[in-house]
Design a binder for this molecule. Sequence first.
Ligand code: ATP
Length: 297
Amino acid sequence: MSKPMLQVNQISKDFATYSVLKDISFTIKREDIYGLVGRNGSGKTTLLAIICGLLKPDEGTIKINGKSYDPKQISMSFQPTSLYGYLTGKENLYLLSTQPEKAISIVKTLHPEQSSDVLNKKVRSLSYGQKQRLGLAIALSKKACLYLLDEPTNGLDVLSSENLSTLIHDMAKKGSSFIIASHEWGIIEANCTRLGMIHEGQIIKELHVHDSKDEPTVRIKTTKSVTKEQFMQISIIKSALEMSPSVWHIKLVSKQDISTFHKILTDKGISIEEFMFIHPTREWEWTYQQLSRGESV
Ligand SMILES: Nc1ncnc2c1ncn2[C@@H]1O[C@H](COP(=O)(O)OP(=O)(O)OP(=O)(O)O)[C@@H](O)[C@H]1O
């Protein structure tokens, strides 16, 4: 097993009397794309700011490749509000990026058709999404081993989001790691290899996306009402959660069980009118929605 590239050890942070982060620990390996999810105010930005050295934790340590690190090894996405409005996009890149030519090429990659406007117009006349592309280009052009992207798809159109995903994948394949904090499940599903859910100052759940595909979840709608006990008597079912009347999320013990799933249900007298696979990150989306509504999970 490869060694962790990033080690976050027992990080705590209070603002006045409010504990934002409480004893947070997790690790990231080379090429991981780690999705940090949690409702507004859960501490995602605070954690990213601590990891990149902008904010000091009250307790805990951050290590990269087993050593205390130089913040130069980390690149955090640049908020579009930090750009200079009276300069053009290109002038901002020359001022704020350590590799402006690379940043220009990233702007072109994100949205080829609009890149000339984004690079040559004064930033104050650009839309939020166009400024976001400049911010991303500044962050992604820096030579770093870890990239921290805070809400990277805010304001981006579909084309720019898709191109951003391709760019992230390409960089990860070459050895870069990412932490992406986002409320937008499209970017999480398209990219993340691991997820961490932050709630009340702690990471309460972690998911290895690839591993969880071994225990697939299906969403079914039954023609008649079925109880949880009936499902749980079936040996290939690991868990059953009723989402709404007759709509269930069923986790199977193994992906091999998919081929026999229909037949076993039919043998037990359970017929289904709808069936679909659920991507592991989508299961999380429901948990996240429950948390956002203030429900316990
Ligand atoms: N400098 C600060 N001083 C005092 N409180 C702060 C400061 N920065 C953040 N907070 C508080 O810490 C909590 C966590 O904020 P943070 O921005 O980290 O959350 P977040 O998960 O990134 O939220 P969002 O999803 O809305 O971006 C919030 O309650 C916020 O008000």
